[in-house]
Write a protein that binds this ligand. Structure first.
Ligand code: CTP
Ligand code: MG
Length: 176
């Protein structure tokens, strides 16, 4: 069981790094250029180009470094890329959803706030791998339903803990 938990954390690590690094690199021009849609912000000022690209690149760098220590198989570059990019896309999609239902930037949407980026990473990577490699691929061979369940349970706990730390270090305005 501990093996599965550690494998799960390992698999999703590029997504964690991508999501966490977006906070560090964030700032500057918003992805939606402050444009509105039906009177509401599209993504809001918390989603910036610098955060997106910086987070993506940091996640990919982490994945490449991890491949030097292949704890649970060597991740193909496409997997590393889509885990990182998918994490930021999931986070972006969640902000889009929050703005649609009128939740302001920084206001929380419990649970979805904590798992948006892993959902994005897993779904995006699954789709990309099927498209590129077909139905049986590195992702389907290495990521089981048990891994996914583990990731979905552990992530809110880790995410909450790291966000509280980022808040205490004044990198974030709110502790979630
Ligand atoms: N960030 C960024 N660009 C991204 C994602 C994140 O610049 N694509 C940075 C922003 O500084 C953001 C911080 O990371 O404030 C934390 O991200 P998150 O908690 O997802 O954003 P919130 O500010 O809480 O906004 P939202 O309500 O849209 O989730
Ligand atoms: Mg978010």
């Amino acid at each position: 069981m501990l093996d599965i938990v550690l494998q799960s954390i390992w698999l999703i690590l590029p997504a964690y790094i991508a999501n966490g690094s977006a906070v560090v690199f964030g700032g500057g021009t918003p992805i939606d250029f402050n444009k509105k849609w039906k009177g509401k912000e599209i993504f809001g000022r918390g989603k910036t180009w610098r955060g997106f690209t910086g987070g993506c690149l940091a996640g990919m760098a982490a994945g490449v470094i991890m491949n030097a220590f292949p704890y649970y198989g060597t991740m193909p570059l496409i997997v590393i890329f889509s885990l990182s990019c998918g994490a930021l896309l999931g986070d972006l999609a969640e902000s889009f959803l929050k703005r649609r239902v009128g939740i302001e930037r920084g206001k929380m949407l419990p649970l979805l706030d904590q798992i948006d980026f892993v959902l994005g990473a897993l779904i995006f990577t699954y789709v990309i791998c099927i498209m590129v490699y077909g139905e049986s691929n590195w992702f389907t061979e290495h990521v089981s339903m048990v891994h996914i369940a583990c990731i979905l349970i552990i992530t809110p706990l880790i995410h909450l803990a790291t966000n509280i730390m980022a808040y205490l270090l004044k990198l974030k305005d709110v502790p979630w």
